[in-house]
Design a protein around this ligand. Structure first.
Ligand SMILES: Cc1cc2nc3c(=O)[nH]c(=O)nc-3n(C[C@H](O)[C@H](O)[C@H](O)COP(=O)(O)O)c2cc1C
Ligand SMILES: Nc1ncnc2c1ncn2[C@@H]1O[C@H](COP(=O)(O)OP(=O)(O)O)[C@@H](O)[C@H]1O
Length: 300
C-alpha cells in the first residue's frame, strides 16, 4: 500500500519532529503517514517503547528498522529497497539536514536525485526553530545534562523524562525521615545533571508529586552513586515495575553536607520548594503503556 514516510532517529520526538510529522500529514493528502525510525544509539532522550508510543500520536504507523538489516545499505539501496519497495512510500518528508544510508552518505540532494525515477515525491521542510535556533535532539540532550530541564521542556513540548526499575537502597533515607524508591535508570537514557529536581513520578499502580535525586551521595563516603525518588504521596505497598520520572525543575546541585542532620534540613527545604513548584500542576501523560509498566523487565 502506498504511504507518506518521514525518516529519522526521532530521538525525543521533539517539537521539530512534531512539526515535520504534521507537514508529512499535510503532504500525505489522505495516505497513511509512516514514521520510520531506528532504535536508540548512544545516550538518548527516550527508550524505544517510549519513542514508539509518542510517534504513534503523530503517525498512523511506526516502523522500527533493525540496524542489522539496514546499516549496510547504501543511500541508493535504502531509498529503493527499504522506503519504496518494502514500505511502499510514494511521498518522503525530511528536514534539510537529513542524512541516510551507509555512513550517512546520502543527503537531501541525493534523495531528490534517487526519488524521481522511483515515483517518490520528496518534500523538504524548513527546520523548526525556537528563539531563532534550530531545535535538535543534541541541543536538548545538552540542556538536560546541564540540568536546564525547564528549557528542555520548551523544545520537547513536554517535560524531560527518565525511566527505571526500583532497586533496594541501604535504608538510610528512611532514617533521614525521607523514604525513597531507588531507581536503576534505563542505561540508554541521558543522565541529567547531578542534583535535586521537582518531578512527577508514575508507576503501575499510582502517581505522585516527588523530589528526584541523582548524585554521588558525597555526604556518605563509601556509598555508591544513586538515583532515587521521594514521593509526596506514599504508595500503598511496594512500587514495582517500571517507574517514569518527569523532571519539571532543577532545585539545587548535589552537595556534601557536614552530617545527616544538615542533609535532612536541606531535603526539608527541597520539599517545600518542590511543593511550591508542583502546586497546581497535573501529571504529564505516561509514556509507557500499562502492559510495559506491569511486566517487570519488559524492556523499558
Ligand atoms: C531529595 C533528596 C536530596 C538529596 N540530596 C543529597 C545531597 O545533596 N547530598 C548527599 O550526599 N545525598 C543526598 N541525598 C541522598 C541521600 O544521601 C540518600 O537518600 C541516602 O543516601 C539514602 O540512601 P538509601 O535510599 O540507599 O537508603 C538526597 C536524597 C533525596 C531524596
Ligand atoms: N527542528 C527540526 N525541524 C524540522 N525537521 C527536523 C528538525 N529536527 C529534525 N528534523 C527532521 O526530522 C527527521 C528526523 O530527525 P532526526 O532523527 O533528528 O534526524 P536524522 O535522522 O537526520 O539524524 C529528519 O528528517 C530531520 O531532518
Amino acid at each position: 500500500m502506498s504511504c507518506a514516510v518521514a525518516v529519522g532517529r526521532f530521538d525525543g520526538v521533539h517539537r521539530g519532529h512534531q512539526f515535520l510529522l504534521a507537514e508529512a500529514r499535510q503532504r500525505a493528502a489522505g495516505l497513511p503517514v509512516v514514521a520510520y525510525t531506528f532504535p536508540p544509539r548512544g545516550p538518548s532522550l527516550l527508550t524505544l517503547p517510549a519513542k514508539v508510543r509518542l510517534l504513534r500520536d503523530h503517525a498512523d504507523e511506526v516502523v522500527v528498522a533493525p540496524w542489522e538489516r539496514i546499516q549496510d545499505l547504501s543511500a541508493e539501496e535504502f531509498v529503493g529497497e527499504e522506503l519504496v519497495a518494502r514500505l511502499g512510500a510514494t511521498v518522503a518528508v525530511v528536514g534539510p539536514d537529513h542524512r541516510f544510508g551507509r555512513d550517512r552518505a546520502g543527503d537531501v540532494a541525493t534523495l531528490q536525485r534517487l526519488a524521481s525515477p522511483l515515483n517518490l515525491a520528496v518534500h523538504v521542510v524548513a527546520p523548526w526553530r525556537w528563539e531563532g535556533e534550530v531545535v535538535s535532539a543534541g541541543r536538548i540532550r545538552d540542556l538536560i545534562a546541564r540540568g536546564e530541564v525547564d528549557q528542555a521542556a520548551l523544545l520537547l513540548g513536554r517535560p524531560a523524562w527518565l525511566a527505571g526499575s526500583p532497586t533496594s537502597g541501604v535504608k538510610l533515607a528512611r532514617r533521614l525521615g525521607y523514604p525513597t524508591v531507588n531507581l536503576d535508570l534505563a542505561p540508554e537514557l541521558v543522565r541529567p545533571r547531578r542534583g535535586v529536581y521537582a518531578a512527577w513520578v508514575q508507576w503501575s499502580l499510582g502517581e505522585s508529586k516527588a523530589l528526584f535525586y541523582i548524585g554521588d551521595r558525597p555526604t556518605f563516603p563509601g556509598l555508591s552513586p544513586s538515583a532515587e525518588v521521594h514521593l509526596f504521596t506514599p504508595p500503598h505497598g511496594e512500587v514495582v515495575g517500571s517507574v517514569e520520572v518527569h523532571l519539571l525543575s532543577f532545585l539545587r546541585p548535589d552537595e556534601r553536607f557536614a552530617d545527616e542532620k544538615a542533609l535532612a534540613r536541606a531535603i526539608a527545604q527541597d520539599r517545600l520548594r518542590g511543593e511550591q513548584i508542583l502546586a497546581g500542576t497535573h501529571p504529564p501523560p505516561r509514556l509507557l503503556r500499562e502492559a510495559e509498566l506491569r511486566a517487570p523487565g519488559a524492556g523499558l
